[in-house]
Design a protein. Structure first.
Length: 61
């Protein structure tokens, strides 16, 4: 987690807060007609989505 934060140049707490937000948003979004991926993308703020895209590879290593 710390490496991910360092890679992004943000604090660990900021990273954690954004991750938590991402998790909650994805979980609480009601299922709709369009795909889950589109739903996630439409409800996420662009910076959070961008952040998620950047840290996902780091976290899955």
């Amino acid at each position: 987690m710390t490496e991910a934060a360092r890679t992004l140049g943000i604090g660990r707490r900021t990273l954690y807060a954004k991750m938590k937000h991402l998790e909650i948003m994805m979980r609480s979004h009601p299922p709709s007609g369009h795909s889950k991926r589109q739903a996630k993308m439409s409800i996420l703020k662009p910076d959070t989505f961008f952040l998620a895209k950047r840290i996902t590879p780091t976290l899955s290593q």
